[in-house]
Design a protein around this ligand. Structure first.
Ligand SMILES: [Cu+2]
Length: 124
């Protein structure tokens, strides 16, 4: 009887160990959710008829550079009342830079393709 008991508890312990191992092995790739605010940095790629990142957050005084990588012409045109000045039409190889000095949200778009939109959030 004593022998049977110990065998049973050894089996139970083994089962518990398997369960714990299985539990501990998953959950290695969590915590990489994209931030809801704009991406940090001062570079925007214009590629595939889109601004990447679409939403950028910079501190006042930051010079932001758009690098154009499409064969088609694009530009950067302010939407509404923004300090941003419009860029010329540029294609692959072209760059445009603008230094943001006033805190606030700046919306812009490509005047050739109005569906291409982006924002720069300028923080104090
Ligand atoms: Cu465009």
């Amino acid at each position: 009887m004593a022998q049977l008991r110990s065998h049973t508890s050894a089996f139970a312990a083994g089962l518990l160990a398997v369960t714990l191992t299985a539990c501990g092995s998953d959950g290695g790739d969590g915590g990489t959710a994209a931030p809801t605010a704009g991406a940090a940095g001062d570079q925007v790629e214009v590629q595939g008829f889109a601004y990447k990142p679409e939403n950028l957050t910079v501190k006042a005084g930051t010079k932001v550079t758009w690098t154009f990588k499409d064969d088609a012409d694009h530009n950067v045109e302010p939407v509404g009342d923004a300090e941003l000045t419009k860029s010329p039409d540029l294609k692959s190889g072209g760059t445009y830079s603008f230094t943001f000095t006033k805190p606030g949200m700046v919306k812009y778009r490509c005047s050739i393709h109005n569906y291409m939109t982006g924002t720069v959030m300028v923080t104090a």
